[in-house]
Design a protein around this ligand. Sequence first.
Ligand SMILES: Nc1nc2c(c(=O)[nH]1)N[C@H]1C(S)=C(S)[C@@H](COP(=O)(O)O)O[C@H]1N2
Ligand SMILES: [Mo]
Length: 237
Amino acid sequence: MPRQPPWLNRRQFLGLAYSSGSSLLLGGCALNRFSEGVGNATQPLNERIEALLQGKGKVPEFRRDQVDPGALLVNSFNGMPRLDPARYRLRVEGLVRQPLQLNLADLAALPQQEITIRHVCVEGWAAIVNWSGVRLADVLALAGFSSLGGYLAIESADQFFTTWDITSALHPQTLLATGMNGAPLPVVNGAPVRLASPIKLGYKLSKWVTGLEVIPSLDSLRRGTWEDNGYEWFAGL
Ligand SMILES: Nc1nc2c(c(=O)[nH]1)N[C@H]1C(S)=C(S)[C@@H](COP(=O)(O)O)O[C@H]1N2
Ligand SMILES: [Mo]
């Protein structure tokens, strides 16, 4: 068996280890790094997964004083939804043992994390940002996601849509952020809840997240707002 990465519990790990090769081994940063290094197509699947998991540690973070608040440009393709915090619910559904509707107090009750990372937009700008919130992995674990769920579909209030591989979703630095640079997340940046992660390009980091659906496979015609318009699906950094 591959060694268990620290951010997965035993059941999640077994699910990952036995989920289909295609879901774990699609293109992208972790895989590219992996395949350039130790991997080749003739390696047994378990060995490839082991290398992938071991090679995918935490991305080094920046210091809090390296944040440049002015560098983060607002990039929204379809207006700016104003979600009422009191009525906000995050739906977690699909291949889960227990579908959830979490309010902001539910999210605040989970362990709070903070990361200072670089946000990179494919349009040619980047910004160091401090994000706070909960691990996406903790929310998925709360719902008890199935090992058959190789992907996560993410719905936003502005109809923005994207899909992630479950491995990237479970990465310990992938957050559902409710705070930015030490303050509550501003509406323009996705309040009350957005994705933040140092392992994906900006167009995978949904703002105004309202729904998470664990799905078994990708719909080739509906992989994401930007992805369906020619942008690369994995979009790893
Ligand atoms: N819901 C939603 N999320 C989104 C977008 C969007 O238009 N709608 N734009 C994406 C892009 S391309 C980038 S670079 C970042 C920008 O985040 P910011 O506006 O907080 O800087 O949000 C991403 N998430
Ligand atoms: Mo972007």
